[in-house]
Design a protein around this ligand. Structure first.
Ligand code: SAM
Length: 192
């Protein structure tokens, strides 16, 4: 769907009222399609800028008749604040955000204090923020910004459920990390 400058009426977009999930940076969308298939009672919005990946995800959704995903081709920094009301989301997922491993490029990383505050704004109280990365330094940085006030570490049961879901629906970058022998860290928080 088209990016919009104002808050979208997601109930109208999906034609129902259901827990709303936002995935930022779906890449080629393998995990997105698999999770949507396994969670038919949730609606998922994707913000992604990578058009070939969006095409792959659209093809997968059509082929598998998955109807609970909408894709917005847009920069999350610009459109998350515009398209989502505060306290409106049940889950925000960011799997394998670009690590920008060189120190001089760290400022390009997506997850920083400002972005954590934006996730906190859109998540309902008790909502889940789930990050995954195979970059140890980035994982530490994500933990630092997430634990700066808006979030608490998810309870063990919630943590295990989210982690298992991610591990059993591997994204392209999850598979790439595993193939290279890199460990993936899940950082899963509850909005307080
Ligand atoms: C390293 S890839 C990971 C893709 C996928 N999550 C996976 O695990 O395979 C990061 C993705 O984030 C997307 N991305 C980066 N910055 C973004 C932004 N500001 N808004 C939306 N998507 C973004 C990129 O286009 C890319 O597809």
């Amino acid at each position: 769907m088209e990016p919009s400058a104002t808050v979208a009426d997601w109930e109208t977009v999906f034609g129902r009222r259901a827990p709303l999930v936002l995935e930022v940076g779906s890449g080629s969308g393998e995990a997105t399609a698999a999770i949507a298939e396994q969670t038919p009672d949730c609606d998922c919005v994707v913000l992604e800028t990578y058009k070939p990946g969006i095409g792959m995800l659209m093809n997968a959704l059509a082929a598998r008749e998955i109807h609970n995903v909408r894709i917005v081709c847009a920069d999350c920094a610009e459109y998350m604040p515009r398209m989502f009301a505060e306290n409106s989301l049940a889950v925000v997922r960011v799997f394998f955000p670009d690590p920008w491993p060189k120190r001089r490029h760290h400022k390009r990383r997506l997850i920083n204090e400002e972005f954590a505050a934006e996730i906190a704004r859109v998540l309902a109280k008790g909502g889940i923020a789930h990050f995954a990365t195979d970059d140890e330094g980035y994982a530490a940085e994500i933990a630092r910004v997430a634990e700066g006030g808006f979030f608490a570490r998810a309870a063990e049961k919630q943590f295990a459920a989210q982690k298992t879901m991610r591990e059993t629906t591997p994204s392209r970058f999850a598979l790439r990390a595993a193939a290279a022998g890199r460990k993936t860290k899940d950082l899963i928080y509850e909005r307080i």
